[in-house]
Design a binder for this molecule. Structure first.
Ligand code: FCB
Length: 491
């Protein structure tokens, strides 16, 4: 097994005895016994079967079929064929000792036009998936929306149109009705920031539109859609455990200057508080409304009652974390973490520059920094100490390949996972209630605009043969899940 290596993060002296180690002090940092050891995927990235059993195109089918949008012209039409291989995939999850699995439901598979009744064959797929998970002793965690809006709804205006939020609530009710007897843990939206600002702002994600006002309108309707879906789930699912998955930005000003602090404030507003505000506190902050007032008429956009709708009771907040954002007041930017486009994903704050400090990066070019995860956990805990937290995504893309012996060795990923889990452990030891960790991703898959060029999986997939091979990090993670502990970092 690959050794973990020194971690820049280590502060073992700050750890309390509660989670620091077992009574026998077996050299490991222990997590709570009911901690969820999971992995995550999403429908469009893995299922394939794009036109089977009544499914119709989503915005990602359209976008990836448009020349120049996705690396190599790759699409999710086949992806990793999970739709047909889910039983084997769940067996692999069980063999690797996962205790939870986060997947998403494909809206166009379940309600192809975004209106009307559900397609039973589409729901059956998820019923079977969930039953297979439960038989394997794996807790299912269902995400209602991971970016695959039915194309018909986009044609009717997409997320910038208020009706899409209502449609999302109705779709949520259908899915809750079908699966709510066996799925108790739900997440409404995955990373609404990306849906709004990469989809309608910079256009690097589907549907590829570039209008800052529409991006802000989309954000508001995603907040509203979250609220409608939360209400539908609450009304239907007994013993519901409800969360939302936010890709919060750990925003770090490049220098101590007042100008850089102001840049950080702006990015925190439109990158984080635009969702944290309505969902956790029932309001938009004044500074956000001021920064963007020239782009959207908030008074018209926000109807009375919207704040209460978006502020639906939650049982946990899901945090997706990959890398921090270093910002300064002026350019040029040296970081392209959110892709490259001539249009900005930061409406009203287009002049803020993003930086990439020297140091290790993943093959996405994203700086590796486990402190950022600790920072986000602390921040959300401070804002809402009553809400438990989940890490609903965290992981790393590496240059994975099978060696001549057929093994896929990924020591960099093991080090990454170790350091980020150590950050979670530190949060736990400081009294922050973290319920689980979901590695992105269970297996290699369609990485959005990067197509099949980036591998995030615990399990290597040969895309031509669909053969699955667990990477060495998968065996490492299996050990972690089995012991409920990570090796104590080297001092
Ligand atoms: C997140 C997405 C997920 C995957 C990872 C790498 O933003 O939610 O689907 O693409 O990034």
């Amino acid at each position: 097994m690959t050794s973990v290596g020194a971690s820049p993060f280590l502060r073992p002296s700050g750890l309390s005895t509660a989670t620091r180690s077992s009574p026998a002090d077996d050299g490991r940092l222990h997590f709570p016994p009911d901690f969820l050891w999971g992995a995550a995927t999403s429908a469009y990235q893995i299922e394939g079967a794009a036109d089977e059993d009544g499914r119709t195109p989503s915005i990602w089918d359209t976008f990836s079929a448009t020349p120049g949008r996705v690396h190599h012209g790759d699409t999710g039409a086949i992806a990793v064929d999970h739709y047909h291989r889910f039983r084997d995939d769940v067996t692999l999850m069980r063999d690797l000792g996962l205790t939870a699995y986060r997947f998403s439901v494909s809206w166009p598979r379940v309600q192809p036009t975004g209106h009307g009744p559900a397609v039973e064959r589409g729901l059956d797929f998820y019923r079977q998936l969930v039953d297979t998970l439960l038989e394997a002793g794996i807790t299912p965690v269902a995400t209602l929306y991971h970016w695959d809006l039915p194309q018909e709804l986009e044609d009717a205006g997409g997320w910038p149109a208020r009706d899409t939020a209502e449609r999302f609530g109705a779709y949520a009710a259908l899915v809750a009705e079908a699966l709510g007897d066996r799925v108790k843990r739900w997440t409404t939206l995955n990373e609404p920031w990306c849906s709004a600002f990469l989809g309608y702002g910079s256009g690097v994600h589907a549907p590829g539109r570039t209008d800052p006002g529409d991006a802000l309108r989309a954000a508001h309707h995603l907040n509203l859609g979250h609220g409608h879906a939360a209400a539908a789930l609450r009304a239907t699912v007994r013993d519901l455990h409800l969360s939302v998955s936010l890709n919060l930005h750990q925003v770090i000003p490049l220098t101590d200057s007042a100008a850089d602090a102001e840049a950080a404030r702006r990015i925190d507003a439109v990158g984080n508080r635009i969702f944290l505000g309505p969902m956790l506190h029932g309001r938009y902050d004044e500074d956000l409304l001021r920064d963007t007032a020239h782009l959207v008429d908030w008074d018209r956009l926000i109807h009375s009652g919207d704040a209460a709708t978006a502020h639906a009771p939650l049982d946990a907040v899901g945090i997706n974390y990959y890398t921090p954002a270093w910002v300064s007041a002026d350019g040029p930017s040296s970081s392209a973490v959110h892709g490259t486009s001539s249009a900005s994903p930061w409406p009203g704050s287009e002049s803020v520059a993003f930086h990439q400090p020297a140091g290790p990066t993943s093959t996405m070019g994203w700086p590796i920094n486990a402190d950022g995860l600790f920072g986000l956990l602390s921040r959300v805990h401070e804002e809402r100490p009553d809400l438990p937290l989940l890490i609903t995504e965290n992981g790393m893309a590496c240059e994975d390949y099978p060696n001549p012996e057929g093994e896929v060795r990924d020591p960099e990923r093991i080090a990454y996972l170790h350091d980020h889990l150590a950050a979670v452990h530190r949060a736990l030891s400081e009294g922050i209630d973290v319920h689980g960790y979901f590695q992105w991703s269970f297996m290699d898959n369609f990485e959005w605009a990067y197509g099949y060029a980036k591998r995030f999986g615990m399990v290597y997939v040969d895309f031509a043969t669909q053969r699955r091979t667990p990477k060495s990090s998968a065996y490492w993670y299996a050990e972690v899940a089995r012991h409920g502990a990570i090796p104590r970092p080297e001092q």
